[in-house]
Every structure is written in C-alpha cells, then in structure tokens.
Design a protein around this ligand. Structure first.
Ligand code: NAD
Ligand code: ZN
Ligand code: ZN
Length: 361
C-alpha cells in the first residue's frame, strides 16, 4: 500500500518550497513508517533548498521530528506501532570502521530507508538527511527511530532530532565542556543556544554568548549565558579574552560556520583550548591562518557532526533532563506552524525572529 500525504518539497535551487501530495510506501525489511507529529525548521533545510549541500533535487525537507510509529517492516525488533519516537539521522550500522573501533557517534555508514518516497508522478524524492519529515508520514530505517518518554511535548521533543542535539553535543561531547570550564558560543540561533544550555547543564563556569543580533543575546541570558558580546559593535576576540582573565575561553563553539567566525573561535581560545565548528560552511568558503599560530596556540580544532551524539544514549537522557525541568527544551519552540508556513519560517529565521519554528501536525 502507498500512502498519499501532504509534504514540503524543494524542487529547484533557491526557489520557494511547495506543499505537495507525495507517495510514501509501506516499510520494507528493517524500516518503519512514522506518523509525524512535529518537525522543526532548521537552517540546514534552508542550506539544502539553496543547493548548498548537493544538487539532488527534488528534496523532501524537514529532519527535526518526533512522531508515532504506524507500522514496521519485517525483521524490526524493539520498535512497535504506537511507540513515540524522535527521528535521528545517525542510525549506526555497527560494522563500519568507526563502529568497529567503538566510536559509533562517527558511524560512516548510517542506515536510511531504501524504498523511495516519490512525487505524485513517481519522481523519487531526496529526503533531507535521510529523514524528510515535513510530511504527514515519512519512511525511515527502524534505527532512525529513538523511543523516548511519551509524556514529552512532540514540538519540544522533535528538536532533539537535529539542532538542539547538535548544539548541546558540540559543547558537551565534542568540546568536552565540564564543571568550571569557560566557553564562548558564536552564533546564538537554535544550535548555538543549545550549546549554551548544554554548557550550563554540564556545570561550565563562564558562558559567553556572541551574536550580531541583540535579541538573540537577550534570549541567551535566559538559557544560561553569564555574559554576552554583540560582535556587530565589539571585537569578539578581545571581549572574550577580557571576560576570561585576558586568556581566552577553554572552548569556543562556532555555530555560524563562516571564515570570520571560525577565525574568532580560533583566536578566542585559551592556549591549548578547543575550537569546535558546528555551523555548516557554504561550499565556496575558504580560510587562511598563519600555520605558526596553529602550532603555537596548541589545543584542538574539531568539527562536530550532529554534536557527536549517539541517539540511543543522548535522546532519552535529554528528554529526562527536560521533564525534570533541568533543561528548557520547550524554550526553543518560538512558534508552532503548519506545513504551509515553512517558506515564511525560512524568512523569519533569516531575519532572526525565531529560535525555532516548529510544524505541528
Ligand atoms: N553540525 C551539525 O550537525 C549541524 C546540525 C544542525 C545545524 N547545523 C548548522 O548550524 C548553523 C546554525 O544553525 P541554526 O539553526 O542555529 O541557524 P540560525 O539561523 O537560527 O542561527 C544563526 C545565528 O548566527 C548569528 N550570526 C550570523 N552571522 C553571525 C556572525 N558573523 N557573528 C555572530 N553571529 C552571527 C545569527 O544572528 C543567528 O542568531 C547552520 O549553519 C546549520 O546548518 C549544523
Ligand atoms: Zn557504523
Ligand atoms: Zn538540522
């Protein structure tokens, strides 16, 4: 059986998205059909729409979702119809070279559904990050479904599927921020704000929020920033050094992904500190740094794919923190919208009006 559902499709590079009827097949072996309850609008959806990731149009957008399992295919264990799940784009394979080395959060061969979802005329869709959840139903690999406490609000829970986990993990998993450490976060959208909230949960001492938009800096204080820097008016590197005894922060997270912000992260670290790049750079961008500074400043320059998360370990734990009132996941939901509002939500994101617009179905 094929399911006809409404979904948000990007047909052409840079063109506005459209809401269309698409066809979703029943799950094959190892797959699950999920009735989507919520899906957040992440900047990465916009990167795909702009052709900044690859050219495999048409894309089925949306990848930050929670839902309820409707049916599962042959051979699926540990997942059943009715389960409340957060979708992930890291269904670890267990057998690639990263998994075999005991580092599954780097898994190089993650699973996605193999049966294609299509436009009404049969044209195969490319689901963003193998998820495609701006849709009433979507088809994923069973491993992309992480069961979490069903009392969580879907709009909040779904955000763990990408941006919040990426930011939280960039600070805590990749950056290794812990008790008493100092951290600066450049770019306080949904991702950067989650890095701030994560640093607070991890017990960081000084948490410095940096953005060019004052409204984001106000929000950052609510999520745990101890200090804020408006880098449209102030030199970010100098300001961060001043706030850290003249030395720089132990960890600096770049949640923007531009040469100028990465350079700030590089120089705003203390000696032997860590710079974490979690913002996704556009393909044409390049960076030049004095090699002697790379050597002389020591420490680590790390990229954070999906916050180096392990969904089976991290999603239930973050949901617990949220339900205990120790992590304000609900605070990331600025507005709830419908599938018809996704294009408008991209504009609001660009204008800095929202942390997350979340489609609720
Ligand atoms: N690595 C991953 O796994 C992963 C996952 C999700 C998203 N991302 C990426 O993270 C980035 C942020 O995503 P988001 O959803 O938070 O985006 P967003 O658009 O909501 O936030 C970006 C923020 O950066 C600020 N900003 C822009 N230019 C700046 C500058 N020069 N200096 C300081 N601040 C600046 C903006 O004011 C805004 O607050 C995107 O590139 C997105 O693709 C990466
Ligand atoms: Zn693997
Ligand atoms: Zn995302």
């Amino acid at each position: 059986m094929t399911h006809e559902v409404r979904a948000v499709v990007a047909r052409k590079r840079g063109a506005p998205v459209s809401v269309e009827t698409i066809l979703v097949p029943n799950p094959g072996p190892g797959e699950a059909l999920v009735r989507v309850r919520s899906c957040g609008v992440c900047h990465t959806d916009l990167h795909y729409r702009e052709g900044g990731i690859n050219d495999e149009f048409p894309f089925l957008l949306g990848h930050e979702a929670a839902g309820v399992v409707e049916t599962v295919g042959e051979g699926v264990a540990g997942l059943a119809p009715g389960d409340f799940v957060v979708l992930n784009w890291r269904a670890v394979c267990g057998t690639c070279r990263a998994c075999r080395k005991g580092r599954p959060w780097y898994c190089f061969a993650t699973h996605n559904a193999t049966r294609p979802m299509t436009l009404a005329d049969g044209t195969p869709l490319s689901p963003v990050l193998g998820v495609g959840a701006f849709a009433e139903k979507t088809l994923v690999a069973a491993g992309q479904c992480t069961k979490v406490d069903a009392t969580a609000s879907p709009a909040a829970a779904g955000l763990l599927g990408c941006g919040v986990t990426a930011g939280f993990g960039a600070a805590v998993n990749t950056g290794g921020v812990g008790r008493g450490d100092s951290i600066a976060v450049i770019g306080c959208g949904g991702v950067g704000m989650a890095a701030i909230a994560g640093a607070k949960v991890a017990g960081a001492g000084r948490i410095i929020a940096v953005d060019v938009d004052e409204r984001k800096l106000k929000w950052a204080e609510q999520f745990g920033a101890t200090d804020t820097v408006d880098s449209s008016r102030t030199d970010a590197v100098e300001a961060i050094r001043k706030l850290t005894g003249g030395f720089g922060a132990d960890v600096v997270v770049d949640a923007v992904g531009r040469p100028e912000t990465f350079r700030q992260a590089f120089y705003a670290r203390d000696l032997a500190g860590t710079a974490v790049l979690v913002g996704v750079p556009a393909p044409e961008l390049t960076l030049t740094l004095p090699l002697l500074d790379v050597f002389g400043r020591g420490g680590a320059l790390k990229s954070s794919w999906y916050g180096d998360c392990l969904p089976s370990r991290d999603f239930p734990a973050l949901i617990d923190l949220y339900l205990q009132g120790r992590f304000d996941l609900g605070g990331f939901v600025t507005e709830t919208i419908t599938l018809d509002d996704v294009e408008a939500a991209f504009a609001k994101m660009r204008d800095g009006d929202v942390l997350r617009s979340v489609v609720v179905l």
